[in-house]
Design a binder for this molecule. Structure first.
Ligand SMILES: C[S@@+](CC[C@H](N)C(=O)[O-])C[C@H]1O[C@@H](n2cnc3c(N)ncnc32)[C@H](O)[C@@H]1O
Length: 215
């Protein structure tokens, strides 16, 4: 950790193009929540392909010893569950990245009856060279997701869990979120002393992301 205040940079633009051009060092982790089908135009099958391709790009864009972490909530489509953890794993496999971080985040207390969206989210981290530290214990289930700054936000408690993991188990001290929304992950990263870079294609959300402060 340094004595200076952590930095935040938000780019209004395309996260894919930004990742394709980026040269990320071993100090940079990628933490994001990839957009759902409902946020993008086009048929469902095209979104599915895009999702897997983008997960692969995220895992390939970071340095070998860094980690790419995904916060994803499953959805129902056409009477089927779409397991986004499965899709993220497919992308990671394509980039030869292994799973080194896996948590379940409760969106509601365990045992709550659910009808619509699932009551849990996946937090999955992948790396091409980093491996699980021996003797590193951690709870696998986060009982509360914390504050949601908007309907598609990452919960603040989940973001804080990610920051603690990066500080304790990796050399990553900067977080990049290429689909940063209103900047929840960026604000929580800064609160933990980590530098943050976000990319967001909505100008309004990019402005919010640059300014977001969490209590
Ligand atoms: C699931 S939300 C992320 C929410 C964010 N984690 C938060 O807490 O606010 C996905 C975001 O990706 C943005 N997005 C979609 N396609 C994008 C692209 N190609 N480049 C950058 N942002 C994009 C959407 O506008 C949306 O804000």
């Amino acid at each position: 950790m340094t004595d200076r205040a952590p930095t935040r940079e938000v780019v209004h633009g395309d996260g894919i193009a930004w990742l394709q051009a980026a040269q990320l060092g071993p100090e940079v982790a990628l933490v994001t929540s990839l957009p759902d089908h409902s946020e993008l135009e086009g048929p469902f099958a095209a979104w599915r392909t895009w999702f897997v391709d983008t997960a692969a790009l995220c895992c390939a864009a970071i340095a070998p010893t860094a980690v790419a972490i995904f916060y994803q909530s499953d959805v129902k489509h056409d009477g089927r569950w779409i397991d986004k953890a499965h899709l993220v794993h497919q992308g990671a496999d394509r980039s030869d990245a292994a799973c080194v971080f896996h948590r379940i985040v409760c969106r509601k207390p365990a045992g709550t009856l659910g009808f619509g969206r699932p009551l849990y989210s996946h937090l999955l981290g992948f790396s091409r060279a980093l491996r699980l530290p021996s003797g590193f214990g951690a709870p696998d289930v986060l009982p509360e997701l914390g504050v949601m700054t908007w309907s598609r936000a990452m919960g603040t408690a989940a973001c804080a869990l990610v920051c603690r993991y990066l500080l304790e188990a990796t050399a990553c001290r900067t977080i990049v979120d290429p689909f940063c929304g209103v900047g929840t992950m960026l604000a929580v990263a800064n609160a933990h002393g980590l530098d943050a870079i976000g990319v967001e294609r909505s100008a309004k959300r990019a402005r919010k992301a640059a300014a977001l402060q969490l209590p």
